[in-house]
Write a protein that binds this ligand. Sequence first.
Ligand SMILES: Nc1ncnc2c1ncn2[C@@H]1O[C@H](COP(=O)(O)OP(=O)(O)OP(=O)(O)O)[C@@H](O)[C@H]1O
Ligand SMILES: [Mg+2]
Length: 254
Amino acid sequence: MPEVPALRLHGVRKAFGAAVVVHDVSLDIRARATTGLIGPNGAGKTTLFNLVAGVVAPDAGRIEMHGQPLLGLSAAARAARGISRTFQEIRLFPTLTALENVMVACQGNRGERLGTAILRWGIAAADQRRVQARAEELLAAVGLAHLADRLPTELSYGQQKRVGIARALATGQELLLLDEPAAGLDPDAVRDLAALLRRLAGQVGTILLIEHNLELVRELCDEAVFLDAGRVVVAGPPAEVLEDPRVWRAFMGL
Ligand SMILES: Nc1ncnc2c1ncn2[C@@H]1O[C@H](COP(=O)(O)OP(=O)(O)OP(=O)(O)O)[C@@H](O)[C@H]1O
Ligand SMILES: [Mg+2]
């Protein structure tokens, strides 16, 4: 029997006004694998994440996770099913420490909408300790245990991105959507990130990764999908997708 994909998109379409950004996308994302989503700027990659996460509604088509329809479920309900994501622009709370940033995400996981002031002063001590222990675990998992009390401005860009990954892990681990985790990192930080993602691949359900660093996709991903102008052009093993002339043309301007 064919394996049920972690994520299935069928005929998904999304337009913003007159601009069709995602055209009739049908795509299976293999469960327990790491898939790289590549494509030029404006191809619709982040929009695809927003459609899966439930922050943008499609005009047409179906989206299923493990065979269950997601459409009609709110973003919060999808998070409760284990869909989590990082943001291209990171989005940390600037006045909270790394640990507190992860704690807020742990709170969200329990369906509570606590403000940051309440996080500090309001919740019961036992609850606070449990949330803190979980957040410490997640920061350690991304290699930042020693920087728990730092503010985002005191962290390097790569470290801030790791806090973002820890926050995503706090909200769900069934389907992790990472939006350009390597963008803006120096080569050492990219190597560290690759090691982290390889480790996470053994621990979380399924990883879908938007990335412009094609070497990273080649190294890390089990599958690759090339999206251009809102359409899936080619999908398959990274070695094949990255050799496709249509991909070269898009990335090298050939
Ligand atoms: N909320 C929105 N309203 C109007 N247009 C939007 C909205 N979100 C995205 N777009 C447009 O949709 C197109 C695809 O954007 P998207 O962010 O999905 O691309 P991307 O593939 O993630 O690009 P990048 O590599 O630059 O991050 C772009 O032209 C963008 O301007
Ligand atoms: Mg994007």
